[in-house]
Each structure stands twice: as C-alpha cells, then as structure tokens.
Design a protein around this ligand. Structure first.
Ligand SMILES: Nc1nc2c(c(=O)[nH]1)N[C@H]1C(S)=C(S)[C@@H](COP(=O)(O)OP(=O)(O)OC[C@H]3O[C@@H](n4cnc5c(N)ncnc54)[C@H](O)[C@@H]3O)O[C@H]1N2
Ligand code: MOO
Length: 425
C-alpha cells in the first residue's frame, strides 16, 4: 500500500479549522436556495412560435388523440385481410385513391384495395397497408402473393399521445423536442413564466473594459462579458449592467437602483474580508439580508446569496474562475429556482486519468476535460495539478467540474469522482 505524506498548508489561513467552521457545505447552500427562492409569480401566454427557451408555467395536455385517426405508414394499398380467402395469390381491384390530407369516403368492402399514401386515413373496412413494392400493379388491379398480418403498416389513432394526456409538465424549458411535443399535441398557445429581470454589477477600481486602454495595476474586465454571455438565455432580460467602484456610498446607490428593477442582482468582487470589500456592507446598509455567505468550496469560498429589498442577491467572488465556478453551481440553481425550472441535471461519475494529491479542507471543484473512455466503458477526465482561481485560460479547454470531497487528500488514478458538465448558457 502506498502511504502519502500529509500535504502541508501553505499558510494563507483560508483553510484553517476556525475559518472552515464558518463555512457551509455546497449541498447545504443548494438546499437553502431551493427552500427559500420561489419562482417569479407572473406568467404570460405565448404562441408556440415565440416560446423557444421559455419555462412552462402550466402543463401541456393533448387536445385530441395523436395521431388523430388511423393512417398509413407506407405508400401502398389498403386492404381487408379477412377478405383474402384461400392460399393466394390474390387479384384485387383498386376501387379508391386516398392521398394524405383527404377525407376518405369509399370503404374497402371485401376483396378490393384502395391506393393509399403515407399519412392518409385508412378507409373503413381496411386493416392493413401493403407496401407498393410488395404488389404487382396491372391496370386497375393488384396482384398480391403473400398474406399480410392485420395492422401491418397502420399507425393507430392515439398510439403517440392519448387525448387529455399530460405531454409536458410545468417547469420544462421549451427546447426543440418540447416544442415538437406541443405541436403534436395541438397546443398553439402556451403559458410560460415571464422573463427574469437580472442586473449585473461588476465591482473593482482596477477593472477596465477588455481590449481598451488600461494603466499600470489595472486589469481587463473578464466578469462582465463572461456573465453577460452566461445570462444570454431566452428567459432572461439583463435590465442593467454597470461597473461599480470600491466605494461604499456608490455601491449603496447602485445596488439600491438595481434592486428596485430586478428580480436578481448579481455582483462580482468586493465580498472578501479586506477593508476595500464593500459589497456586503452595502447590502446591509440597504437593509438586505444573507441566506448564506461563505461556502466550503475551492474556488469561490466567499460566494454569498441573500436579498436586497424584493430582489435576490448573488454575490460572486472577483476572481474570474471563482466567479464562473460559483455561477455554474449556485447562480444556475438560483436562476432555475426563480424561473420555476425543474431541478438541475444530476452530476455523474467519471474516472480520473491520473493521481491527485491535494490539501484537504474545502470541497474542490476542479475544471476537467472529458478525455474518452476506459476499458470498462467509463468516462475518463484529465485535469491540471491544481485549481487556480485567477487562471482564466484553464476554463475553455475544460468540459466541466470534478468534485473532490473536502476531506480527500489523495486519490489514485482510476478513482471515481463526481462530475458536473458546464452549462453552455
Ligand atoms: N485575507 C483574505 N484575503 C482573501 C481571502 C480571505 O479569506 N482572506 N479570500 C480570498 C479568496 S478565496 C477570494 S475568491 C478572493 C475574493 O475576493 P473578492 O470577491 O472580494 O474579490 P476582489 O478582491 O474584488 O477581487 C479578487 C481578484 O479578482 C480580480 N478581479 C475582480 N474583478 C475582476 C473582473 N471583473 N475581471 C477580472 N478580474 C477581476 C481582482 O483584481 C483580484 O485579483 O479574496 C481572496 N482574498
Ligand atoms: O475561493 Mo477563492 O475563489 O479560493 O480564490
């Protein structure tokens, strides 16, 4: 058995037992969000054409059976199998022609056939459709040599959806598959949640617009474009986006304005413990409250959730990787709770490509890339040797986050860990 030496603390104090005591677990933070954040109340009716990406506020039920009538699954001939006497072959006169979209009046009575096309209603009396490739057409008759089974090539009424059946429950996001189901169910108008109003305040005296002029000790703003892109969803309106200075009075004014118009105010930076960190004092000065402040997670320890007036508040750390990781884990959970969308897709297990040695303390969410499958068909992930909260270059090669439990100090190659794929929005 390999015995590993304990990993020594580098001495920053971040992971001291005193500090960790004040932090809650990831699951506790998610439970608090689920228990305290209700969906926005208002809903609106939208036509199916405009509903893409929105969240259903009422279940969709099937207006009639789907398909609404028995119909042909192939181009061919509708016949009555009971009329085929003897061993065959049979010669059947073609007595009718039934294209798709045309109501059928002539029945198939006895040893006759109706020319029929895919999707056309089955004439009364017929109980099978023989593909045209399986018959010989000769003028007004067909020659049939093999007896078809009853129901051959017939799509039965209601076989896809029963009348009144729930096709989609509320809380579904309407993607192409859901839109298809609504269309098949005859639901042309849908009741959806109104769009979420989100305000974004990126703080820090040092940040400047990416690519623009900057002076010594100034940096380009990663968080505004990163979070604007993360919020680019059909059910979100960014109602305000601003830059905040490291100044209490200014932040109080900006957060006050934003909280009056938004369902959710997102801040980045300024939530650590230094005297330049004014976001939490500003939230408090506005009479706000916190649901939690500080999670035993690496990166992103200072992440906070609370309220400012009627608005919810998500305080993300300034370090861009910390902000992105905490957005993926807590931000998306908050948005789902506010929009009434069902629970997030569950994490899955993957195998680590190499060994891991780390300092225990906080649950580490390390960016990882999907690298293929092992001999047992299990997904394998590759990763860097450590998580760096400011190295943005590590994000785009990764496909998601692997969860390294708080107390784990070392893991051998091939160990299973939880993995949460990045949400693309
Ligand atoms: N004494 C302590 N210091 C720190 C602690 C601690 O526990 N004790 N925690 C550290 C951890 S962990 C984190 S995470 C950060 C979080 O700090 P803040 O959320 O207050 O963020 P800032 O200090 O404003 O910024 C941190 C870092 O990120 C850069 N930054 C900020 N905004 C942007 C942006 N829009 N684009 C790009 N980069 C940005 C900023 O320049 C800083 O380098 O606190 C640690 N400190
Ligand atoms: O929590 Mo911080 O994000 O470790 O850098």
């Amino acid at each position: 058995m390999t015995i590993h030496q304990a990993i020594a603390s580098p001495g920053c104090g971040c992971d001291s037992q005193d500090m960790l005591h004040a932090l809650i677990s990831i699951d506790e933070a998610l439970t608090r969000i689920a228990g305290n954040v209700a969906p926005v109340g208002r809903t609106e009716a939208l036509s199916l054409d405009h509903a893409f990406g929105r969240i259903l506020a009422q279940p969709v039920r099937c207006r009639s059976m789907a398909p609404a009538f028995d119909n042909a699954a192939m181009d061919g001939y509708a016949i009555a199998t009971s009329a085929l006497t003897g061993a065959g072959p049979w010669v059947l006169p073609v007595v009718a022609r039934v294209p798709a979209g045309q109501a059928v009046t002539t029945p198939v009575a006895g040893a006759v056939a109706a020319r029929i096309f895919t999707g056309a209603p089955i004439p009364n009396g017929a109980d099978a459709v023989v593909m045209q490739e399986d018959v010989l057409r000769d003028g007004d008759v067909i020659h049939l040599s093999r007896r078809p089974e009853p129901r051959l090539n017939i799509r039965r009424a209601g076989s896809d959806m029963a009348k009144g059946a729930t096709v989609l429950d509320k809380g579904h996001r309407l993607g192409p598959r859901e839109i298809a189901a609504c269309a098949a169910a005859g639901a042309g108008i849908l009741r959806v949640r109104r769009k979420l109003r989100v305000a974004l305040l990126v703080t820090g005296d040092e940040v400047r617009r990416a690519g623009g002029a900057r002076e010594a000790a100034q940096i380009w703003d990663v968080n505004t474009p990163m979070l604007t892109a993360s919020l680019a969803a059909a059910d979100v309106d960014i109602v305000a986006s601003d830059h905040g200075a490291d100044n209490l009075a200014g932040l109080v004014r900006q957060l006050g304005d934003m909280s009056a118009q938004a369902d959710l105010v997102i801040t980045t930076g300024g939530i650590s413990v230094g005297e330049e960190d004014h976001v939490k004092p500003a939230v408090m000065a506005l009479g706000g409250e916190t649901l939690f402040s500080g999670v035993a997670i690496k990166p992103g320890k200072p992440v906070s959730v609370g309220r400012i007036g009627k608005a919810h508040w998500l305080g993300l750390p300034g370090n861009p990787v910390s902000a992105f990781v905490t957005w993926q884990v807590f931000g998306l959970a908050l948005v789902r709770a506010l929009s009434g969308e069902g629970p997030a897709p569950t994490r899955r297990h993957v195998v680590i490509a190499g060994p891991i040695r780390r300092k225990p303390g906080r649950c580490e969410l390390r960016p990882a890339r999907l690298a293929g499958f092992d001999a047992h068909g299990r997904e394998v992930v590759g990763f860097e040797g450590a998580t760096h909260s400011a190295r943005v270059g590590l994000l785009s090669p990764a496909d998601g986050l692997m969860f390294l439990p708080a107390d784990v100090e070392s893991l051998p190659a091939g160990a299973l860990v939880e993995f949460q794929p990045f949400c693309q929005s």
